[in-house]
Design a protein around this ligand. Structure first.
Ligand SMILES: Nc1ncnc2c1ncn2[C@@H]1O[C@H](COP(=O)(O)OP(=O)(O)O)[C@@H](O)[C@H]1O
Ligand SMILES: [Mg+2]
Length: 345
């Protein structure tokens, strides 16, 4: 089968996406597919599975935030050219963040009628907006932290936000972009005077912020593939929390898979992950991130519709823990895309 892997893109997670694209392409080739890779930001260039696109290291600090500009007609034309030239049987988008993961690209693929892997346009759009995802999760009894949105017109009004935090979620709180990723632009605020800089950090990336109660807990990632929960992964940063540096610097974080959690709590988290997946109308695969408290209580932080797929990423780790090698995982994901399962969007 001819598969076109889309990676790179314009978001702050571009480099990670190139690394994901490289891994996915090699695994797809191993599974017997004829693979091409394409970066929407590098129109006209096509890569085979064994041609590396990612730089050697992902980098230990978050890249400068990329403002969401308009997708130029050239970018769209480049994509259309790629579809025309490669004539893929199926497209495998593994763009993290930005228009590759927010449903825009998925809508284009729907429009041109190409089958593609992973969640559809509506699921991607809902998941990318953490506020909307939280509304759906709440309605479906997926536990979340208390929180509120800072609307555009209040982004410069730190005293309003300070007061609202004091009245609602309390300190410490977490201030993050509504559509963030890789912990870019996220700040833990422990006192009132940290609110203004945290809002500034968000406003570089977007025009609204999400404020959440700080939840003290272990980081747990739940992979869902074809509607089924995979073994949980616990993420244990050696210092601090799971920020960009701890995510992408080798040796800074331990990953325990399957996570050492009681069977009962494991089952409850996995059920919530599947509910989160279904409630947003996801298809193929997704990763749902949780925090697990001391007493077995947990909250869902977000659902990632196009999670990291590098050789060190969490989803391939979860697959290996159930005895499934990454090429097999890729094959399953491709089959989901071709099975005609109706997407919600
Ligand atoms: N409400 C919260 N309480 C405690 N830690 C949080 C909270 N929200 C986020 N974090 C920390 O920040 C990390 C990134 O947050 P997340 O909402 O998943 O954003 P991103 O989309 O950037 O991954 C989490 O993995 C966790 O370590
Ligand atoms: Mg996350």
């Amino acid at each position: 089968m001819k598969v076109l892997v889309l990676c790179g893109g314009e978001s702050a997670e571009r480099i990670v996406s190139l690394a994901s694209g490289d891994s996915v392409a090699l695994w797809l080739a191993e599974a017997g597919h004829d693979v091409w890779k394409y970066d929407p930001e590098a129109a006209g260039k096509y890569f085979r599975a064994d041609e590396t696109m990612a730089p050697e290291a992902i980098g230990t600090a978050a890249p400068a935030p990329v403002a969401h500009g308009e997708y130029s007609p050239q970018t769209v034309r480049g994509l259309m050219d790629a579809f025309d030239r490669i004539r893929p049987d199926v497209v495998f988008p593994i763009l993290h963040g930005g228009r590759g993961e927010d449903g825009t690209l998925q809508s284009l693929l729907d429009w041109v009628g190409l089958p593609y892997t992973g969640p559809g346009a509506l699921a991607c759009a809902l998941a990318m907006n953490k506020h909307h995802a939280r509304l759906v999760f709440e309605a479906e009894d997926v536990p979340i932290t208390k929180g509120f949105v800072v609307p555009y017109e209040k982004m410069m009004d730190a005293s309003f936000v300070r007061e609202k935090i004091q009245k609602t979620v309390g300190f410490p709180a977490v201030i993050k972009p509504l559509n963030g990723g890789s912990t870019v632009g996220l700040t833990k605020v422990f006192s009132a005077n940290e609110v203004a800089p945290a809002l500034t950090a968000v406003s570089v990336l977007g025009d609204q912020a999400l404020v959440e109660a700080h939840f003290e807990g272990r980081e747990i990632a739940a992979t869902v593939v074809a509607g089924a929960a995979y073994p949980l992964v616990e993420i244990k940063p050696k210092e601090g929390f799971y920020d960009y540096t701890n995510k992408y610097t080798s040796g800074r974080t331990d990953y325990i898979c399957p996570a050492e959690i009681s069977p009962d709590v494991t089952r409850r988290i996995q059920e919530s992950a599947v509910t989160a997946f279904r409630s947003l109308g996801c298809a193929g695969f997704s990763r749902v991130d949780f925090l697990l408290g001391m007493k077995g209580d947990f909250v869902c932080l977000e659902l990632n519709t196009l999670p990291g797929m590098t050789k060190n990423s969490l989803v391939p780790k979860a697959a290996r823990a159930r005895g499934e090698q990454p090429p097999e995982l890729m094959q399953k994901i491709i089959e989901c895309a071709l099975s005609g399962i109706q997407r919600a969007g």
